[in-house]
Design a protein around this ligand. Structure first.
Ligand SMILES: NC(=O)c1ccc[n+]([C@@H]2O[C@H](COP(=O)([O-])OP(=O)(O)OC[C@H]3O[C@@H](n4cnc5c(N)ncnc54)[C@H](O)[C@@H]3O)[C@@H](O)[C@H]2O)c1
Length: 290
């Protein structure tokens, strides 16, 4: 069955015929982005370290008549991302848009009790993955004459929470890195738009994926926390998140706030020093602990 193209819309013209790279496309927001981009007539290069999720997304796109290159890549591995960039250029000859979306949760305990390995693992995927994806594709985006970098941060890119230090550190970092890049593209007059995405509360596997495939190894003391995230906080469908991201990309917006992120952004701006007290109070109410 061939997909009904959505490229007749004004938004569609930002994507029709464009080569778009999406990391973390095997699940959640990444899969929804890849599917929506293909629906708008983009040619896709998708990456994920989870082979079965990646293959499922590729199948979805191909079944609907889209064009896709799927590659198993660990975004924390600089050489692997560099090889992926070469593979994409060899296949399509040009790259217009990169969505650095792959990410993992991680945390669950305090800074004092979190080992260095946990910081390295989360920063490796969430921050270094974004840096690798940006740097390896940037020359090609500039060469395209109409490039766009879209980096996925989080509401934890401006709001800290207890028990999430590796994640919060990585997502604040993604925001800083992306905004710095944006200033450079503007200062140098280079043809690359830059967008940072701050999702909050999107219904995906992120809360459980930190604990092995499908959340197989969630420790008993973290079960309640995962349940609260999935049943009470993650309300927005991934397809809606993808729609909002692509609408912002089509308008070359610098920043996208999704679901709870908009209210949280206002809270942090109003109470930049005292918001942590509110976070602790709400955390106790929601999770029954910090
Ligand atoms: N769901 C939310 O409410 C929410 C909120 C804030 C931020 N985010 C961010 O959105 C992005 C997408 O997450 P999601 O919610 O769709 O979660 P998800 O777990 O459904 O999807 C993440 C995908 O990234 C892949 N991935 C993880 N590590 C990888 C690696 N090293 N190399 C390649 N692929 C890797 C996973 O296999 C998975 O397919 C993440 O960066 C996440 O931090 C999500």
């Amino acid at each position: 069955m061939r997909r009904r193209r959505r490229s007749g819309t004004p938004e569609g013209s930002a994507f029709r015929g464009k080569v778009a790279v999406v990391t973390g496309a095997g699940s959640g927001i990444g899969r929804a982005l890849a599917d929506a981009l293909a629906g708008h007539g983009a040619r896709l290069a998708i990456a994920d370290w989870d082979r079965s999720g990646l293959e499922e997304t590729a199948r979805l796109i191909e079944t609907a008549g889209g064009e896709v290159l799927a590659s198993r890549v660990d975004v924390s591995d600089r050489a692997a991302v560099a090889a992926f960039a070469r593979e994409v250029v060899a296949r399509f000859g040009v790259v217009h848009q990169v969505y650095n979306n792959a990410g993992i949760a991680g945390g669950g305990t305090t800074v004092a009790h979190t080992g260095y390995e946990a910081f390295e693992r989360v920063l490796g995927v969430n921050l270094w993955g974004v840096i690798h994806g940006t740097k390896e594709f940037l020359p090609h985006l500039i060469a395209s004459g109409d490039g766009h970098v879209v980096n996925v941060s989080s509401l934890n890119g401006f709001l800290a929470q207890p028990g999430l230090a590796p994640y919060v550190t990585s997502k604040f970092g993604v925001r800083g890195f992306t905004e710095a890049l944006r200033t450079e593209m503007l200062a140098e007059g280079l043809p690359v738009a830059v967008t940072v995405v701050h999702p909050g509360g999107v219904r995906t596997n992120i809360a459980r994926s930190a604990y092995g495939p499908g959340g197989a190894d969630i420790p008993a003391e973290h079960l309640e926390r995962v349940r609260v995230y999935e049943e009470r906080l993650f309300r927005t469908p991934a397809e809606e998140a993808a729609r909002l991201i692509l609408a912002a990309v089509a308008r070359k917006r610098g920043r996208v706030l999704i679901a709870q992120a908009a209210a949280v952004d206002r809270l942090v701006r109003l109470f930049p020093e005292s918001y942590p007290r509110l976070v602790v109070t709400w955390g106790r109410r929601l999770f029954g602990s910090w």
